[in-house]
Design a protein around this ligand. Structure first.
Ligand code: NAI
Ligand code: MG
Length: 495
């Protein structure tokens, strides 16, 4: 049996009472009564259940959000008051930090310290957007004689947030923080594999003073509750983080109503190591960027491009480190935990098997702890190299602890390889040459480029989003407030 902290929150959630939708400030089950059983990825055992919501549940949640936006106290509240509620929500998350971290870790299988790191980032998001709410303002535009023109930033209205299972607390916080700061109301559809902390946050939002109907949650499957929400005519804007294929489905659904969308669709992010780089500084960062959260991170550094003179030396040391990595249950707080579910474990294992069948050399393989429960979804880390830049492994997101190494020579080839996928989310450039730092960073097509570092996840203040297949729109930082609002221009003719 796995040991998990026996906290009040975990006990409450384990009973059916807490694992309910939140609609118009009330905790309710699916109207059909159907439920989805929730298993812990570390042992595959069911420990809770959530409502399996359908169209009528989504209708009720959208109606509640619509009403709260059109007529509720939320629409009359000042930006300062909204900000205070978000700030208070951040404080409540901090007060409940241990329980939230334990719950997130158990629900997703992520190591305990990652659960704690996710809660810390979550607190910062609500703090940041709480403070930002009344700092957004428009401008006055010089126009014709006799006119006064000004702009204001207006909320979209009802924002639908479809959230993935890899960082539920953090991704919810970046969506909810920015959307609520701008005065939108929310309907959130968390991932079926990781809904529990979302329900808890919506509960805390009510406690923080969010009026009923402002922050609604409907749990369920993507093809049911998710699809119903994405195409709902009562929704004004859709924000999504997840796979490109699901992103396409959601955009098509939203397009039926001509609604705006923000799409964060993952990546195949490169770390570029030049021969003059501080290799000792780069090594642990390169390992962490692919191991964090078992590689199930949109910004995972899943490709490492190494300049030829140091390729052998760098990959030898990387191999030594990979061979020592061990996947363990979340509560063991090891290098990495299990993957999220059987499907993801099978998908990652199949991509590894296909790469091997294609003849790509395995440079190193980590392990799975001997005492890891049989029912868990474990995958040992694998380092491949050298990888053909045209191989599936070089082009497709694995979303597991799998790193592909490539040799290159010179800046031209580095840039060509770095940009050689359909994605463009994050990149790392490692070199001591200042001119090259700027040249290469400028030419890499990615939403974030790190020089001599790589920040998977953190940096809530930093705008984040993709080019190409990685999606469009920007989350995090002040820019997210722009995505979560639209400009209104008011034109006075006063003669
Ligand atoms: P997914 O993209 O299908 O699921 C993410 C969310 O979308 C979940 O809440 C799901 O219920 C919802 N969803 C699924 N189908 C939907 C639909 N038709 N309409 C509305 N909502 C829908 O991801 P999945 O299947 O769990 O994972 C598959 C792959 O996606 C992973 O291997 C990984 O490559 C990628 N992924 C990327 C993430 C990122 O952070 N960029 C996060 C999760 C998955
Ligand atoms: Mg789960």
């Amino acid at each position: 049996m796995l040991k998990t902290p026996d906290t009040k929150l975990l006990r409450t959630v384990a009973q059916d009472r807490a694992a309910l939708n939140i609609i118009a400030g009330k905790m309710v089950g699916a109207q059909s009564g159907a439920r989805i059983e929730i298993a812990c990825p570390s042992d595959g055992r069911v420990f809770a259940s959530i409502p399996r919501s359908g169209q009528s549940d989504v209708d009720a949640a959208v109606r509640a959000a619509r009403q709260a936006f059109d007529a509720g106290p939320w629409s009359r509240m000042t930006a300062t008051e909204r900000g205070r509620i978000l700030t208070r929500l951040g404080e409540l998350v901090a007060e409940n930090r241990d329980e939230l971290a334990a719950l997130e870790s158990r629900d997703t299988g992520k190591p305990a310290r990652q659960g704690a790191a996710d809660v810390a980032a979550t607190i910062r998001y609500y703090e940041y957007y709480g403070g930002a709410a009344d700092k957004v303002h428009g401008s006055q535009i010089p126009f014709l004689d006799g006119y006064t023109v000004f702009t204001t930033r207006e909320p979209h209205g009802v924002v639908a947030g479809i959230i993935p299972w890899n960082y539920p607390l953090q991704i919810l916080a970046r969506v909810a923080g920015a959307a609520l700061a701008m005065g939108n109301t929310l309907v959130i559809k968390p991932a079926e594999d990781a809904s529990l902390t979302t329900i808890r946050i919506a509960e805390l939002a009510l406690e923080a003073g969010c009026p009923p109907g402002v922050f609604n949650v409907v749990t369920g499957y993507g093809g049911e509750a998710g699809a119903a929400l994405a195409g709902h005519p009562g929704v004004d804007y859709v924000t999504f983080t997840g796979s490109p294929a699901t992103g396409t489905a959601i955009q098509s659904a939203a397009a039926q109503n001509n609604r705006g969308v923000t799409m964060e669709l993952g990546g195949k992010s490169p770390q570029v190591i030049f021969a003059d780089a501080d290799l000792d500084a780069a090594l642990p960062v390169v390992v962490n960027a692919i191991i964090q959260n078992g590689g199930q991170t949109c910004s995972a550094g899943s490709r490492v491009l190494v300049e030829r003179p140091v390729f052998a030396e760098f990959t030898a040391e990387l191999s030594r480190r990979f061979a020592a990595l061990v996947a363990e249950p979340h509560c063991a707080d090891g290098d990495l935990g299990p993957l999220i579910n059987v499907r993801q474990a099978q998908r990652v294992a199949a991509m590894i098997a296909d790469a091997q069948a294609a003849g790509i050399p395995v440079l190193a393989k980590g392990g799975v702890a001997d005492d890891a429960p049989d029912g868990g979804y474990y995958q040992a880390p694998v380092l491949f190299g050298p990888v053909d830049p045209a191989a599936v492994l070089a082009q497709e997101e694995v979303f597991g602890p799998v790193l592909a190494a490539f040799p290159f020579q010179g800046e031209e080839e580095a840039v060509r390889l770095a940009n050689g996928t359909d994605y463009g989310l994050v990149a790392g450039v490692w070199t001591r040459d200042g001119g090259r730092q700027h040249r290469v960073a400028k030419r890499i097509r990615a939403g974030q480029v790190y020089v001599n570092g790589y920040g998977a996840g953190g940096g809530i203040e930093l705008p984040f989003g993709g080019f190409g297949k990685s999606g469009h729109g920007r989350e995090k930082g002040f820019e997210a407030l722009m995505d979560m609002s639209a400009t209104k221009t008011t034109i006075f003719n006063h003669g």
